[in-house]
Write a protein that binds this ligand. Sequence first.
Ligand code: ATP
Ligand code: MG
Length: 201
Amino acid sequence: MKKPVSNEKHQQRMSKVKQQIDKKIAQADKEQGVSVLLTGNGKGKSSSAFGMLARSLGYGHNCAVVQFIKGDWECGEELFFSQLTNVSYHAMGAGFTWETQNQDADKAAAEKAWTLAASLLADPNIHFLILDELTYMFNHGWLDLEKVTQAILERPVSMNLVVTGRGAPDGLMAVCDTVSEVKDVKHAFRNGIKAQRGIEF
Ligand code: ATP
Ligand code: MG
């Protein structure tokens, strides 16, 4: 256990910390949107992206979502966000490869989703965009990484972008401003607990 410090000492320390933090905040003065990449094997990537969508909507921003892997199963985020007027919601993709078992259909679905995503990425009226499960499009060579990274870099300067998906390629990590890797420590599923509405989907 840490030794308790006097109030005076604590106040001095915190005042120093505040000075350092305030200095860093003052230095971060670039006015531009950010690209956030959420990858890794742990749970929490897409749900974090949709948390940021809720934040953006709190400020009345114009938002859009493209889900690159979406079969016909329901999910809470689509049920909720797709009804909102400020959200342009697109559940695309043919579903998981092991469900479709058809490469040509998967590639065609990926290209269709990308065409839409590219037009949203170029749209100056969109303030916040999610490209959910985009990373899987590179695993089987369905999308050209360079084409995608270029579109990310060339998007309107004010646009905030969140990309999710496991196993993000290095090139994607390189162009995104904020990259987080969610670590899988344990997951209820492996203990036989059924996927929960509102938690898993
Ligand atoms: P979430 O949408 O819950 O934030 P995610 O986007 O991080 O999850 P995905 O790889 O997209 O994770 O998988 C989505 C689904 O798989 C969710 O139902 C999630 O709970 C589940 N899942 C995520 N990680 C794991 C894991 N390590 N083991 C088992 N199931 C997982
Ligand atoms: Mg996800």
